[in-house]
Structure formats: structure tokens, C-alpha cells
Write a protein that binds this ligand. Sequence first.
Ligand SMILES: C[S@@+](CC[C@H](N)C(=O)[O-])C[C@H]1O[C@@H](n2cnc3c(N)ncnc32)[C@H](O)[C@@H]1O
Length: 442
Amino acid sequence: VRRKKPRAPVTVRIDRLDPKRASGLDAEGRRFEVRNAPLDALVEAQPGRRGEARLLRIVENAADAPTPPCPVFGVCGGCQLQWTSLERQRQHKQALVERLVGLASHPIEGTAEAYGYRNKLELAFSAHAFHPEHEVPPSTGPAHLGLHPPGWYAKVVPIPGCPLASPRMNAVIAAVAGLRLGPGWDARAHTGHFRHLVIREGSGLVVTLVTTSTADPSEVARASRAIAAVEGVSGVLHVVNDGVSDVATGELRTVLSGSADIEVAIGGVALSLPYDGFFQVNTPGAALLYARIGEALGVGGTLLDLYCGNGVIGVLLARGFDRVIGVDVHEPSIARARANAERNAVRGAWYAGAVEEILPAIAIDRPLKVVVDPPRAGLHPRAVQHLAGLSADTLVYVACNPGSLGRDRPMLEAGGWRITDLWSVDLFPQTPHVEAIARFVR
Ligand SMILES: C[S@@+](CC[C@H](N)C(=O)[O-])C[C@H]1O[C@@H](n2cnc3c(N)ncnc32)[C@H](O)[C@@H]1O
């Protein structure tokens, strides 16, 4: 077998954040994306495929560089920016938003916490533990509980806890790890019983144990008792997944303890979310994001909340409007949006269906303001076409993927919309993610 000669290592000056990782130029002006590289550092990296390079060592880091607090930093892959100060992460995130959208942003905002901010963690049980240098034989006894390293869907990096999670979420991880549940799911052989542990935090913790239907009920009951005993746990659920794909969802079998709903209080408004419903993963950060959306929209008339999920934006901002109309393709979310609206005495209507189908088919009162909060892929071509021609006075585009906003912007402008403001909000310290909000007016 002829092996390809490895390319010589390169020295890269890391000068920007790209949507997935940090990148920089080598001495010949070639750009490489380097996972886990600190921003504004000089690094040595091994070139790989598609313009990526593997970090070998940091030659020189920024003067304000912190020490990564996570014992599995660099292996787990979730939080690539731990070697960069929060302030520097945010400067680069603002620059990323401005580059992708093509406009200057208001100074980036974010909450004070660099760690401990996540309200949702999805851990995997696995028969296979990841080791960077050698193969570890699969465990037929207790499962490994942890997170998948990048590119290894069948293996996990066992973790004792996660610095992004709250102390009580970490108490759940410690309690479950101590039970030595098994056997863990083997994604290669499609064997094993224990698959995922999902922890979500509202006013209480809702913990979901995902297993195959073959899991020993007495082991599931033992796990449930141990989880329910952790302070702050408000619900323990058992979900069954016999499919081969590695998703942390399935059929809700039993509410083993407490309630299946997540209760969230945000901006003085009480909302309830289903255990598997969408919510921003940083609750104080979400409050900041929604306040900025409110400022961008202004008040008066009808609010059209497109991609409304469980109705969070519409219900939170309803006080400034006569009525709210929400649209989302996910029927259980719309049912919950209706319930959240009723609970908060919000007048309006909630439609289940794709925005591109529903929008041309409904009558909407004027004056009208519109907020769109689409998934990462951005607006469907038919949705953007309809929105481009829609008669409304303000359109606010919320983008978890600023590149999608940059792509959809010229199509909205071709319909007569003019972008006036761009905001950047950092809800995800230590990761390359950033939220962008754009205001368009006619
Ligand atoms: C980023 S979430 C927004 C949730 C909500 N605005 C919030 O703040 O919690 C995107 C939402 O888009 C919905 N979605 C995806 N494709 C859709 C489509 N074609 N039409 C309507 N909704 C869609 C998903 O169900 C999801 O609830």
C-alpha cells in the first residue's frame, strides 16, 4: 500500500473566526481552518483536507489568553474557544456577523457568564470510549457516559460534568455516572440498551433517559429514583428509541417522576415548553436576545411571528401589539404556543404548517410588523419571495446562522426592504456560534 507523504506542518497566524472554527494564513498566504486554535495566536498546524489543519502547538498566544478549565478540552470538541478570552471571542463574533451580512453591527452583547450558561445538555451512553491514540475495547458491562468527539458518532469522551452546565445539571450527570448503567448503545453493532441522557433546565430540571425497549425495567426504575433524588429535578422521563439513527429522541413511554414540562420565566412572562421543544440554550442570553428583537420591532398593530416554535417571541412581546399571529411547521409546538398565549392572555391566531405554504394563504390585518426566526438553513426560497413582496412596515430577521441572513438579504432588498440595523448577540461563549438580528424597513 502506497501511503501519501504527509504534508509539512505550517505556521498559521490565526486572524479570524469562521462559522465552524478559527482560521488564519500561513507564510504563503494560504488560509487554513484550525479546530481549537486560539484567536489572534500563532500556531503550528498539520494541513489536512479541504483547507483544514490540525492544531499541533501554540507558538504564541494572546496576552489575555485564559487556561481552559475543562479537563477534556480539545478532545470533546464542543467548546473550541476556551483558549481565548471572552472579550476577544466576542470581537471576532461581531466581525464574523459583519462579514457575513455585509453591514456594521451594533457593539456585540452577551451575558456575563463565560461558563455555566447552558440550559440543555444531550449526553450519550456508549459501549465505546474515545481515546485519541489507541482503540479501547467495547464495554459489555457499564456504559461510558459522555459527549461525542467531532467525527466519532459511535464513541464518547466520558465526562464527569460539563463546565457549560449549571452545578445542579452536573449533579445529575454525577448521579447517573455513579449508577454504572449498561450495556451502553453500540452504534456499530446496533446492540446495547442505554442510549442518551438529556438534561434541560427551567425553574426545575427535566431529565430524559433514552433507552431501547429491551432495557431492564428495574435498571430504568433505579436510574429514575437516583435522578429524582437530585435537588432541583422536577421531572424524570423515559423515552424509547429502537431505531438505528443516533438521535436523543423517541417515543415518550413513561413520566417516571414529576412533570414532563419545562417551566421558564423570562422577562416576567411564564411559559411552558414540552420536554423536547425548542428553546434557546442560554436563558439569560435569550432574555437579552428577545429584548433586542423587541427594540428592533417597535410596537403597534399586528405582530406576525414566523417560525414561532412554542410562541416564545410572540407571547413575550405581545404587550406592544393588538394581536399576534404565529406560524410553525411543528404541530406540537403550535399547540404549546396556543397554550402559552392563552395562559398569558395574548390575543391572536397560531397556524401549524410551513411558512412558505401558510403565508400566502392567510389574511392579516395592517399595520403589520414581522419577525422571522428560521432554522440554520434560513428562509425557504418561496418564503423569502413572499416576504420580499409583503406589505408591512418592519421586518426583523433573527439568524442563528448569520450566513443565511447574508444570503437572504439581497432578495428582501430586491422587494423594496432596506436594512437599517444589525445586532450581534453572543449566547454561546466558547463556541463559534453567534446570533444576528437585522431590522428591515420599507
Ligand atoms: C430557531 S427555531 C425558532 C423558535 C422560536 N422562534 C423561539 O424563539 O423559540 C426555528 C423554528 O422553525 C420551525 N420550522 C422549520 N422549518 C419551518 C418551515 N418551513 N415553516 C415553518 N416553521 C419551520 C421549527 O419547527 C422551529 O420551531
